[in-house]
Design a protein around this ligand. Sequence first.
Ligand SMILES: NC(=O)C1=CN([C@@H]2O[C@H](COP(=O)(O)OP(=O)(O)OC[C@H]3O[C@@H](n4cnc5c(N)ncnc54)[C@H](O)[C@@H]3O)[C@@H](O)[C@H]2O)C=CC1
Ligand SMILES: O=C([O-])CC(=O)C(=O)O
Length: 341
Amino acid sequence: MFAARQVFATAQRRAFSASARQATKVAVLGASGGIGQPLSLLLKLNPRVTELALYDIRLAPGVAADVGHINTKSKVTGYDQTPSALRECLTGAEIVIIPAGVPRKPGMTRDDLFNTNASIVRDLAKACAEHAPEANICVIANPVNSTVPITAEVFKARGVYNPKRLFGVTTLDVVRASRFISEIKNNDPANENITVIGGHSGVTIVPLLSQSGYSLDGQALDDFTRRVQFGGDEVVQAKAGAGSATLSMAMAGARFAESLLKASQGEKGVIEPTFVDSPLFKDRGCDYFSTNVELGPNGVEKIHPIGKVTPYEQKLVDACVEDLAKNIKKGVAWAKENPGN
Ligand SMILES: NC(=O)C1=CN([C@@H]2O[C@H](COP(=O)(O)OP(=O)(O)OC[C@H]3O[C@@H](n4cnc5c(N)ncnc54)[C@H](O)[C@@H]3O)[C@@H](O)[C@H]2O)C=CC1
Ligand SMILES: O=C([O-])CC(=O)C(=O)O
């Protein structure tokens, strides 16, 4: 026990001294929400983060005061809605994470959130384009399949779009896939890495189980696939009107931020699945697509192809592309018609 504690303390000290070489500000927009609070907590525990800027339309100074008492070195500041808040929050941020927006209730699809969340994300994206045009922008707010294209349009309209720095966070889908397969195979999920591609809703989420070396057949494969595609619904139903996944999403968001930071601090071979501007299915109407992406100091370093798929998986990909193209088109059209102030 003592030895384990010593090893942990040494690892922490090493991480602290590595991070001391580089100042890293991370901003969370929507920091007081179900995702925002635990995400802020996890970022406060990350020694690579030297400054944490928390913005929300309610409660952010309170959340910052609370998280700020945790005994790690990073500085935490909360920003409410004063006119200069977003500018101050975003200026100098290397990573901006956006969980601001309403969550689903039972019976809703993610697309049902479009009308409310599109303008929230557009307005926050505008602030990012103005005050943190070079940051890595990580969009969590749903529907991700449309909010990422909306964010891109906002950046394009201001001439600051960098496709290497805009990410839809789909990490939760691979977190779920590795957990669900471990329940079937009785393995340690930490060692599972199931490829999941496409987008982030229903049939646009495509697990490629064959690439992980597993095979399930018949009903078992259908059940696994469906569970990964509709894992979010399980949580929405269980929370019975009080929201959707928050804790697992916070973990997934913190993991994605950690991967970006590792890559920006020089670590090689950092790969995460993420929904980015991708050449893979542009010819079929999907300017954005999630596959495994190697991250680097400039954001997206290399977009991996989907790889070898079985005929079963190819059908899933085809269904995904058809739906996803519509979600993307809807986001782009809306952003063009509703540029806001
Ligand atoms: N990408 C993914 O895998 C996942 C995405 N989500 C999505 O994340 C979003 C947030 O979910 P929760 O945290 O559970 O919702 P929540 O309602 O608990 O929190 C949202 C927060 O955003 C804030 N907010 C609203 N408008 C804002 C604005 N204009 N500026 C700043 N903050 C604003 C609210 O005050 C609230 O604190 C939802 O759209 C949900 O669907 C949820 C789980 C997984
Ligand atoms: O299901 C939802 O609405 C939230 C979400 O995106 C997820 O849990 O994957």
